[in-house]
Design a protein around this ligand. Structure first.
Ligand code: ADP
Ligand code: MG
Length: 256
């Protein structure tokens, strides 16, 4: 459904060329939840920027349902680490915004927004402004305002990075619930192996810069998963230990 083939990206600045990613190939099935892990600076955000159409690759291409991505499209949603809600708009007004732009009528857009707001446990906060909400609440709002226009694929770049450990677990659980309900395809970047295993159907491990696909593993855990308990299972531990050694090698080997 989503195909990345031969993707490389070089950044040229005044006096040097940085190859951020090189020869990245992988495919993602419809409705799949794929997580990507890799050391800091290995090109994770660069790959997502390319997948979102925000940035052209130096080489290679990205396709969604056989169609090449050339520029930003509503088929692909992007959830960044910073929620970037509009501070002058309430929660409801932020969430409906993409539908407003798309010309969806007020009644319809409010109905869809209220349903999603309820699903992520924010009912009652529709009239709150971003500064009146916690970091976790703002990130929930960021996720539903992307889901509301029903993109085929949602790209997420360390969306829970700035949150405390418990809030992260709550949001991970919530994200799995939303994913299972909507059937959307998700590509989720994290540097946290725990999170990558807990959420993903498959994990793509990237090498240190230039980022390449070092290995791809299937997560041997049944769904639905208990995010709060699954680290106790043997399947989780074995995969964690294997990937940790690999990740450690990549992290130690890098020049950052
Ligand atoms: P990650 O998200 O894995 O931490 P990034 O994709 O942000 O890594 O960056 C990968 C490499 O590409 C880094 O060395 C970074 O300095 C470089 N880089 C990223 N974006 C740019 C840019 N716009 N211009 C120049 N170099 C960049
Ligand atoms: Mg990044």
């Amino acid at each position: 459904m989503l195909r990345i083939h031969g993707v490389s990206k070089r950044f040229v600045s005044r006096d040097k060329v940085v190859t951020a990613v090189e020869g990245v190939d992988f495919e993602i099935g419809a409705g799949e939840f794929v997580t990507m892990v890799g050391p800091s600076g290995c090109g994770k955000s660069t790959i997502l920027n390319i997948m979102s159409g925000l940035m052209p690759p130096t080489e290679g291409a990205v396709e969604v349902d056989g169609e090449a991505i050339r520029g930003v499209t509503r088929q692909v949603g992007y959830v960044t680490q910073q929620p970037n809600l509009m501070p002058w708009r309430t929660l409801l007004e932020n969430v409906v915004f993409p539908l407003e732009i798309a010309g969806v009528g007020k009644e319809e857009r409010n109905r869809r927004a209220e349903e999603l707001i309820g699903l992520v446990g924010l009912a009652g906060f529709e009239k709150s402004y971003p500064h009146e909400m916690s970091g976790g609440m703002r990130q929930r709002a960021n996720i539903v305002r992307t889901m509301i226009y029903e993109p085929k694929v949602i790209l997420m770049d360390e969306p829970f990075g700035p949150l405390d450990a418990q809030t992260r677990l709550v949001l991970q659980e919530l994200l799995l619930k939303l994913w299972q309900r909507t059937g959307v395809t998700i590509v989720f970047i994290t540097h946290d192996l725990h999170e990558a295993i807990g959420l993903g159907d498959r994990i793509v491990l990237l090498s240190a810069r230039p980022g390449r696909v070092a290995r791809v593993d299937k997560v041997p855990l049944a769904r639905p998963r208990d995010i709060f308990r699954m680290h106790d299972s043997d399947g989780f531990r074995q995969l964690y230990d294997t990937l940790w050694v690999e990740l450690e090698n990549q992290v130690r080997g890098q020049d950052a």
